[in-house]
Design a binder for this molecule. Structure first.
Ligand code: ADP
Ligand code: GLC
Length: 509
């Protein structure tokens, strides 16, 4: 099938979180299965790393967004490591080069022109198709930044036969971000003639929402775990979109994210000092030593290390961590290695914690991908107490690296981590149900007690728990079939490639 895949971030070119991971790996898997995929994202400065080659495809493209004329060029590069599909061709990635909009130190939120930046991306993705004469069967768009595309196809691009059979899929990675702006910016979406097609209650209240517009016009809506798909239809977790999500429930599906099994593979990870697997865990101990050494913390084989790698934001449940960790650290034997960037209040907290427990806590205020791999490999446990979590990738990386997750039972965490049951020996992690201090304390203490409660070789029980999670089928090749099913349902007469990945049997690990 011809798939246009548009995202505000795509790993390895630009990533601030899991959206980047997914928007890199899912198109890669579709391409590997023989679909004709074109990926489009902005040309942020960080995209241009030495050694990466770009070809200018077209220059001087102009679009008129209300009073604003936006000019951009289109560049092309290859998705690394993708020349392996049947045709031997790489997956083409197209970049929208518009320095006035995208030359910023961060991917998001530097000025008051987010609506213009991502309306431009949405228009530009369709312009890329026109320039390439690429007729997408599916336009797969992600989160609010690209959610205007369905309406653009119904209106400003409806004249173009290239899109006559194009159906749209909108994937919700996080409905906490909705791209809501004052109604006064509507002309700068280039949809000024279509005001009547925006959500009328919002318009009356003086707002427009990119995400809500996508929810109105996408042919299919997916989100990144079955539990989150249910949660967002409730008033408690729908962030005011629950009504429209319930109305569109017939086209809403929860599909668990996969992980990139090449990038996250403890048997062949060039970011870690020793390889390991479920059948040979010795290398993991070397990774733990290396992690503690790099953190300047003392190593003791029997003291567990809890890792945390996260955007430091409200969503991630860090308020509980702030409440609970100082006491637990003073009462129990464990160490913590934290890697994250985000809100000052959390960064300040972790700095203070490190000062209070200099032999137990290390905090890196950084976004550092190699180090994220080392934390996943070297820690014994991984903490993810998210308030809500549409899917979450780190808990799956952790499971694969034998790093037992401690998670709040929400969204994708509930779908990927099964509570460990001491008696039966089944389960993959520690799952607390109530999002409060007692819940988190309980989760951490459970983990510490299982760690410490083995008799004889105290590791035996722990290793059993580690192994339960390490070989689960979390790769995209097990998941991609669910998306292809949706594509196929929308465009039943599309030509399918001769061999596709097996359709995943279920969303549970
Ligand atoms: P979210 O997308 O909400 O941030 P996910 O668990 O889906 O949560 O994905 C987070 C991704 O971002 C993972 O690949 C994780 O390793 C990465 N990440 C988050 N913070 C950092 C950091 N400080 N350094 C390196 N990688 C990070
Ligand atoms: C969002 C969510 C996260 C999810 C990621 C990729 O950033 O917060 O839970 O894993 O998108 O879908």
């Amino acid at each position: 099938m011809n798939v246009l895949f548009v995202s505000s971030e795509v790993a390895p070119f630009a990533k601030s979180g899991g959206l980047g991971d997914v928007a890199g790996a899912l198109p890669r898997q579709l391409h590997a299965d023989g679909h004709d995929v074109r990926v489009v994202l902005p040309m942020y400065p960080r995209v241009k790393v030495p050694g990466r080659e770009f070809t200018e495809v077209k220059t001087g493209v102009e679009i008129q967004l209300g009073p604003t004329t936006v000019r951009f060029s289109i560049y092309r590069s290859d998705m690394p490591g993708t020349a392996r599909n049947g045709s031997g061709e790489s997956l083409p990635v197209y970049f929208i080069h518009c320095p006035g909009l995208y030359d910023r130190p961060s991917l998001y939120g530097q000025a008051n022109d987010e609506h213009l930046r991502f309306a431009t991306l949405s228009w530009a993705a369709l312009k890329v198709c026109q320039h390439l004469a690429f007729a997408p069967d599916i336009a797969h768009v992600n989160d609010w930044q690209t959610a205007l595309i369905p309406l653009l196809l119904h209106t400003r691009f409806a004249w173009d036969k290239l899109f006559a059979r194009t159906k749209t899929v909108l994937t919700l990675h996080n409905i906490g971000h909705q791209g809501t702006f004052p109604a006064s910016v509507l002309p700068e979406t280039g949809l000024q003639d279509s005001a009547h097609l925006f959500h009328q209650d919002e318009l009356r209240d003086g707002r427009i929402g990119f995400l809500v517009t996508g929810l109105l016009y996408a042919d299919a809506i997916t989100t990144v775990s079955p539990t989150y798909a249910r949660e967002i239809q409730t008033p408690e977790q729908g962030v005011r979109l629950d009504g429209i999500l319930r109305r569109r429930n017939d086209v809403l599906t929860g599909i668990l994210n996969g992980i990139d099994e090449i990038e996250w593979n403890p048997q062949a990870d060039h970011h870690i000092p020793a390889a390991f697997s479920s059948t040979s865990l010795d290398g993991k101990e070397l990774c733990k030593q290396a992690l503690l050494k790099s953190a300047g913390l003392p190593y003791k084989r029997d003291v567990p290390v809890i890792g945390l790698v996260s955007r430091l934001v409200w969503q991630k449940g860090l308020d509980l961590v702030v409440d609970v960790l100082p006491r637990l650290l003073s009462q129990h034997r464990f160490q913590m290695v934290i890697l994250g960037k985000g809100e000052h209040r959390y960064e300040d907290f972790f700095r203070t914690l490190q000062r209070a427990f200099p032999t137990k806590v290390h905090f890196d205020s950084a976004f550092n991908e190699p180090r994220a791999h080392l934390v996943e490999a070297g820690a014994d446990m991984f903490l993810m107490p998210s308030r809500y979590e549409p899917c979450g990738l780190n808990q799956m990386y952790s499971l694969r690296y034998g790093t037992v997750p401690i998670v709040h039972k929400t969204g994708g965490l509930a779908d990927t981590v099964w509570p460990f049951d001491e008696r039966s020996g089944r389960g993959t992690g520690f799952v607390f149900e109530h999002f409060d201090d007692a819940g988190l304390s309980w989760g951490i203490k459970q983990a510490l007690s299982i760690w410490g409660s083995g008799t004889g070789d105290y590791r035996a029980r722990w290793q059993h728990l580690q192994r339960n999670g390490m070989d689960l089928p979390f790769g995209w090749r097990h998941r991609v079939g669910r998306y292809v099913d949706i594509y196929r349902h929308l465009v039943p007469d599309a030509v399918m490639p001769p061999s596709s990945s097996p359709v995943s049997s279920s969303s549970s690990p």
